[in-house]
Design a protein around this ligand. Structure first.
Ligand SMILES: [Zn+2]
Length: 307
């Protein structure tokens, strides 16, 4: 496997090699490999051989996330006082030092790009371009239009509808599709010498799942246990829900739960989905987790027609 940990995506890499643009918008589902491809773009721009060879010092530094010409910007959860509402944003204060009155960030995109690159081209990667608010996008616009020292930008997003038009119109759009089953299969064999059909079905073409397979497997087992509990007695359902609450991982458990319901009729799955979104919403509002999971268990039992 290449050091950028790209699984599949030959076509996308071909496009990236041949397309000349200084700003890219990588669109695709989470964990499909967009971040690895962003590293690939940075490597292409700075590789000693110009090929993203994966073995020159520049490529290796990019793969290790230690390249001095690559800056990575990700959204942060902003906790507004009082209401405890959390939403993720990429704030204007990471874009320019002039707007970072509290000195919250060590590096700022605009000022960082003014300094000449060590290798060839500086690359700023925005992971979660949907979270760039209008204020931040405006502060970035001039630099994006006339990047100093031929700097490059990579915006990563899941849903292009949520990316500001001012950003989108200045980027070459690249769609990153799920990786075909055969390549996923091959990659998993390479990683652990065995085939796990459940894991591959759950991954559904997202290589990122394979890199976190132990966590995912655990979530899948716990989700199955919950569904078994639900189908047994009310008491089993509640104790399974309590167990799930203790180990709940919002990254994986919601999806694992829906996956555990995948062989049920559509109407059951729709109700389970609804119950789960409600539970997640309550957890985000910091409702009592024990209670949230009890309610979830009752709702899921209802969905299964067991009352
Ligand atoms: Zn290289």
């Amino acid at each position: 496997m290449n050091p950028f940990q790209i699984i599949g995506h030959q076509q996308v890499m071909h496009t990236l090699r041949t397309q000349s643009a200084h700003a890219f918008l990588l669109l695709g589902p989470q964990r499909v490999g967009r971040k690895a491809l962003a590293h690939f773009i940075a490597a292409l721009a700075n590789c000693a051989h110009g090929t993203a060879c994966g073995s020159c010092p520049s490529c290796l530094a990019i793969a290790r996330d230690t390249h001095t010409d690559v800056m990575f910007v990700a959204p942060k959860s902003e906790t507004s006082t009082g209401k405890q509402a959390r939403r993720k944003i990429i704030p204007v204060k990471v874009i320019t030092e002039r707007r970072d009155e509290g000195h919250d960030y060590d590096q700022h995109v605009v000022e960082w790009l003014q300094i000449a690159p060590h290798t060839r081209r500086k690359v700023v990667i925005f992971d979660g371009a949907e979270h760039l608010n209008a204020e931040a996008a405006n502060a970035l616009l001039k630099t994006l239009e006339e990047p100093p020292h031929r700097a490059m930008f990579v915006f990563i997003a899941e849903d292009q509808q949520l990316v500001l038009p001012t950003i989108m119109s200045r980027c070459a759009r690249i769609f990153v599709p799920p990786v075909p089953e055969a390549e996923m299969h091959q990659a998993l064999l390479h990683l652990e010498n065995q085939i796990d059909p459940d894991l591959l079905a759950f991954a559904a073409g997202r290589p990122g799942v394979l890199f976190e397979r132990e966590t995912v497997r655990e979530a899948l087992v716990q989700a199955r246990e919950l569904v078994q509990g639900l189908e047994s007695s009310m008491l089993d359902a509640l104790s399974a829900a309590e167990k799930l609450e203790k180990s709940f991982n919002p990254e994986w458990h919601p999806e694992a739960l829906l996956f555990a319901f995948r062989h049920h009729p559509l109407s059951v799955r729709a109700r389970a989905d609804q119950a789960l979104s409600e539970a997640l919403e309550r957890l985000e509002q910091y409702a009592n987790p024990a209670l949230v999971f009890q309610v979830l268990a009752l709702k899921l039992r209802e969905a299964l027609g067991r009352v």
